[in-house]
Design a binder for this molecule. Sequence first.
Ligand code: GDP
Length: 434
Amino acid sequence: KPTVAIVGRPNVGKSTIFNRIVGERISIVEDVAGVTRDRIYSSADWLSHEFNLIDTGGIDIGDEPFLEQIRAQAEIAIDEADVIVFLVNGREGVTDADEQVAKILYKTKKPVVLAVNKVDNPDMKEMIYDFYALGFGDPYPISGSHGLGLGDLLDKVAESFPETEEEIIEDDVIRFSLIGRPNVGKSSLVNAFLGEDRVIVSEVAGTTRDAIDTSYVHDGQKYKIIDTAGMRKKGKVYENTEKYSVLRALKAIDRSDVVLIVINGEEGIREQDKRIAGYAEEAGKGVLIVVNKWDAVVKDDKTMNKFTTDIRENFLFLDYAPIAFVSAKTKQRVQSLFEKVTKISENHALRIQSSVLNEVVEDAVARNPAPTSKGRRLRIYYATQVAVKPPTFVVFVNEPELMHFSYERFLQNRLRESFGFEGTPIRLITRARS
Ligand code: GDP
């Protein structure tokens, strides 16, 4: 999937445009997790094109001076995006800060589409002419608050997508990533997997050297560790900011089948762990929760249970994810992670025969009759699996409005009890039978 980044000085309307393009992607996960994620990253689509969208304005760069901040944001856009939307404010004309952004963007060979925001009605179109001076060709007039001009803008963006950026995905390779806050031991775990020091581990947070995918074979199975540890060379101003490392993590999650959420056993669960876990669920990835540094935890016979309860309470929406307690240092249980990852990836790609599926659904309805509302009862005609990764089922019914969230949960649980699906989310879609 190509990535599109929105850049521009503050107050030109970046997050408004971001939300307009992303649209209403309601997330039950966010509610359940109790975290309001101020979003800087989301998947989006336009016509038949799917892409990821980044609002670089949401990445605040510590207490760097104003100009440094917008410069860093423009650099992030250049590093991370395939196409850059350069946003300016039509009501204010070209400002010094716009020119600063432009200066950075001149350095990239990536396509830059110039969008002039706050052009709220067609009479205001003249406002765009000033912006030819920035040197990015035709400016596109848009209005974030009125939702105008976005179609033309997105047509242009989609036209600029690189030809064959699509990653070639080999079916027999299990792709996974290790995600977690700095210093939880991601690189150490990768080292422990590989049994050699191919990844440099550092004592200082965030100094692991430039990370790339690592391919290897274990017990005849091919694996690919995506964007090892999600970190790169230190040096640029923005690379230590939390939002930026989250952004890198989200990109790695997108390319994975299975995500290992690594938690530091010594420190317990933090807010950021929950956010990232929520994203992994939302992206429909297999999830394994790994509690590392278990060697350093002072334990008695109740510690593991306590920790498990804590995880279950904090990651309500990940009740299907297995938990592994490991130590990268002593290598305790590290090898067992492969087995788990492999199993999760199988579940993630599992296909259920329609006949078997419908037996389970019929049996579920017999045990717990479908809900009624205003004298009408939900009738389930049949179910079918329409996708894998994650397993996705369509249930055909008389009136989809009658399907209740709790009943959907019940059906999902029945599917889990019947087919396993450990470690993978499953999706249920209710449709009216035509
Ligand atoms: P990353 O930032 O998540 O990649 O974390 P690192 O792999 O760089 O590890 C951070 C620090 O934690 C290093 O000092 C490691 O030696 C230490 N560490 C990693 N795993 C373990 C473990 O299982 N037990 C203990 N005691 N220390 C660990």
